[in-house]
Design a protein around this ligand. Structure first.
Ligand SMILES: [Zn+2]
Length: 337
């Protein structure tokens, strides 16, 4: 698939003296920082001052579509392994050999009491507690007075906890805060907060009391997480309404200066955010794509002049753009490769 694509390799750094971003091009030569002349293109500007360029794009956009993946929540401190995993799941690690929160979600626990002891902890710390980092708050401060919409594969509710308008969110892979029938015998989801809190309070030795195991109110079979992990995923009324709002938004601003801001989206499910964004940019000469990722990024050749790819920490960009900051912000997070 990638054979027709060309790597767009911006490796940005930041001069401490000027706060100006610096970029090396693919041959490693430093680009010059002369003022833009009329014949210079937007792409030249992006290469010379990528963070200022993003600021301008946000200010000038008629509409902004944020596409957020797991990398955004990692940047907010919701890491699924290492110290944070051990803090909450040391006992599960020792007994079952589980090494991180992601893989533990697929562990074949023998009883529902163990299964829900695991999941109630996971839900509580990743859904009902606000992330320790500030990237979601910074992102909101950037777009709250703008015409924006969010599509995310994240299921941790952090956009809502930061105060984003729920009517401008499409979290299409599910929500840790919702349960559904495991069959499913009907297309409805159920808020789990009060039961999860009780499971947390009453679990002992990695088991919840049997009377807390949730069952479907219609067919009586076990409930399960409302997550798109297989074809049993329930898309309820709220899900379809959010999908419609998202598509209406895209349609309404299809021919305008629309900015697609892709944050921490990897290649696990590129068909949800990444590839649709490429197509939307390709169909609209006024559209721009800004993608920030820790990994190297590919964009198709036909949209390279409309795209800026930054390899580095999301927080670096948001620190720089945050109204509380100024151009002297430390941009050293974007390193040369
Ligand atoms: Zn059922």
């Amino acid at each position: 698939m990638c054979s027709k694509m060309k790597m767009k390799r911006f490796t940005a750094g930041c001069s401490k003296k000027t706060g100006r971003s610096e970029v090396k091009n693919e041959t490693g030569k430093r680009t010059d920082h002369a003022a833009l002349s009329p014949e210079k293109t937007a792409a030249d500007s992006a290469r010379s001052y990528p963070l200022e360029y993003v600021r301008d794009l946000i200010e000038q956009a008629d509409a902004i579509v944020i596409g957020a993946g797991a990398g955004l929540s990692s940047a907010a401190g919701l890491t699924y392994s290492g110290e944070r995993f051990e803090r909450y799941f040391k006992d599960f690690q020792e007994k079952y050999g589980i090494t991180d929160m992601y893989s533990g979600g697929f562990y074949p626990f023998k009883t529902l009491e163990e299964y829900w002891a695991w999941w109630s902890r996971h839900i509580f710390i990743n859904r009902y507690e606000k992330a320790p980092g500030s990237v979601y708050d910074q992102l909101l401060s950037l777009v709250k007075d703008k015409n924006y919409f969010v599509i995310t594969t994240n299921v941790d509710h952090q956009f809502q906890l930061a105060g984003f308008d729920p009517g401008r969110l499409y979290y299409m892979q599910g929500d840790y805060g919702l349960w559904q029938c495991s069959v499913p015998c009907h297309e409805q989801t159920y808020d789990n907060e009060s039961v999860v809190r009780e499971m947390i309070a009453r679990q002992r030795d990695m088991k919840i009391p049997s009377d807390l195991v949730p069952h479907c109110p219609v067919c009586g079979r076990p409930m399960t997480m409302n997550l798109r992990i297989d074809n049993h995923f329930v898309q309820d009324e709220g899900w379809y309404a959010a999908q419609k709002r998202y598509h209406d938004f895209l349609e309404r601003y299809a021919d305008t200066k629309i900015l697609f801001l892709e944050l921490g989206v990897g290649y696990n499910t590129p068909g949800i955010i990444k590839i649709p964004f490429w197509k939307l940019v390709a169909h609209n000469p006024k559209a721009h794509l800004v993608s920030v990722n820790l990994e190297e990024e590919l964009v198709p050749e036909d949209i390279q002049n409309q795209s800026l790819v930054l390899q580095g920490q999301i927080s670096t960009l948001l620190d720089y753009l945050s109204p509380a900051q100024n151009k002297a912000a430390d941009c050293s997070g974007y390193h040369h490769s």
